[in-house]
Each structure stands twice: as structure tokens, then as C-alpha cells.
Write a protein that binds this ligand. Sequence first.
Ligand SMILES: Nc1ncnc2c1ncn2[C@@H]1O[C@H](COP(=O)(O)OP(=O)(O)O)[C@@H](O)[C@H]1O
Ligand SMILES: [Mg+2]
Length: 311
Amino acid sequence: MSEQPALAVATHGLTKTFGAQVVVDNLDLVVPYGAVYGFLGPNGSGKTTTIRMILGLIEPTAGDRELLGHDRPIAALPRIGALVEGPAFHPYLSGRANLVRLDAVDATADPRTTRRRVDAALDRVGLMAAAAKTYRQYSLGMRQRLAIAAALLAPRDLLVLDEPTNGLDPQGTREVRNLIASLAADGATVVVSSHLLSEIEQICSHLGVISAGTMVAQGSVEEIRARQQTTAVVHTADPEQAARVLSEQGLTQIESGRDTARGVADDDHPPEQLVAALVAAGVGVRGFALERPSLEDLFVELTGEGFDVAH
Ligand SMILES: Nc1ncnc2c1ncn2[C@@H]1O[C@H](COP(=O)(O)OP(=O)(O)O)[C@@H](O)[C@H]1O
Ligand SMILES: [Mg+2]
């Protein structure tokens, strides 16, 4: 029997109900070690509730979860850095003083080395130069960086970041994205949620998409892309004949228009073979393309709405 791949986070049938509302419904999260797992879903789809359950901040109604090999979140917590709706920072204290305060609350942290840990975290998120400014002087991007720095005070194997790019301008979003990518490059597993695919797509190795508390797609980005149907599009003056050939070749969902014919192809239909068959049948091929919908198209389809819904 082949060994199961090691998972940093796994949930089984994770469920949360608030009153009559099933907010998270039987969720099986699969996050391999070393992944940057994009946890995507529209606002209100249950991302924060799921993350709170994973971290042990709230108890599931049903189901269970494993974190870094432990089945109780509390046992794994020292190795997890989390950002969930931002920790409460003191507005009149500097960024550095805020981190010193947070470090002091951590019973596992040695007080003699606080300064070193705080400076390392500030340096990691690029806030060294602004360390002495008060929190209230920080831009939104700086506040998110400080929240990430707080998650980095101790060495972490797993980072769970709930909407770290929410409300940031494009520059701030890029900075947070680069920071996450560099943390992952240093070996951390990252779970990062967003309601906007475009904000995190480029750094994710894996995606989990939820809609109304239910997982609708999950896997590596390559797996999800490969599941997308490919449509062969033939530009020709003879679309009826082209459609016939595509049908004979075993393509499905055949359509013909004024000067195009199209059909859904799978891996058994290499484009070389399709073009050869069209030419052999006497179809004048002006153009031939394989079209695959973007991930964004897929998510809109899966979640039944645009990702950028009203807040
Ligand atoms: N403590 C709570 N009590 C009642 N309903 C809640 C509570 N927390 C979240 N919800 C509801 O659960 C749903 C999912 O919320 P949430 O997990 O915050 O979604 P997301 O993070 O994807 O935006 C929403 O309809 C929200 O109103
Ligand atoms: Mg949320």
C-alpha cells in the first residue's frame, strides 16, 4: 500500500451550525506540507468560521481536524502563526512596542530574547524603518504587515492568514503576496483565505473553493486546471462540414456558427489529429484554437456569483 502524503492540515466532515444555519457543511480540507493553500470563497461562504475551527478558537458542531499531525489544535498551536481578523493592536504604541506586548503574553517565549524575536519579525515584514511609529500612523498595508509579524514572533511551521490582503491597495496587496511567497520559500506551509481569486492566485500551489459552506473544488492548481474542459474552435468557411468532422472524431457539445465550429475535446484528442482529420475531409481550416476557460471563469461558475460581491 502506498503511503499517504503527509498533510499539514486535514479536516474530516468539519461542520458548524449557528442556530438553524449550516455555515460550514461537511468540509474535508486537504493541505499538504509545503503548500500555499488558497482558501477561496465569496463573502459569507464560511472561510473565517472554518479557520476559527481549525485553530481551535471555536468548536465544530461535527467533524474533526488534524494539524501538523495533532488531532487537538491546542497541541499544535506553538508551531502555528495565525492572522484572523487581526489581533488587537494598541493604537498609541509603536509597532515594536505592540509586538513586545504580544510576545510577553506568549508563555512559551523566553523574555530574555524578546527584543531579538521582535526585531527579526519586524525585519521579516519590512517594518524595521517604521518600527518606532505608532500603530495609528500606520497605513493599512503596514497594519497587515504588523499582523503578519505578530504571527512570526516564534518560528512557525504553519501560517494561517485570513484575508491578509483585504482592504489593501494594489501595492499593499503585492507586498503581502510577496511576503507570503517568501515565507513559503523558507519552508512554511501557508493557508491563506481570500474572497478574490486574483489577489492570491499567483502564489498558490493549491486551492480550495467553498460556496455556502461546501467545498466545490480542491486540489493542486495544475489538477484544477487540468479538470477544465478544452474546447476546439475551428475557423472555416464550411462550419457544417467541420462540425461533422469534430463529431466523428468523438468531440462532444458540437456547435456551429457562421464561420466557426466548436466542440469539447479531452486528452484523447490531440490537436494535430483534429486538424489532420479536418484537412483530410476537405475542410478549409483558416484557424484552429484550443480554448480553456480561466480559473476565474471556473470560480464564477462554481460559486454561482462573481468573487467581488458587495461587502
Ligand atoms: N458567531 C456567529 N453567529 C451566527 N452566525 C455567524 C457567526 N459567525 C459567522 N456567522 C455566519 O456564518 C456565515 C459565514 O461567515 P464567515 O465564516 O465569516 O464567512 P467568510 O469568512 O467566508 O466571509 C455568515 O452568514 C455569517 O453571518
Ligand atoms: Mg471572513
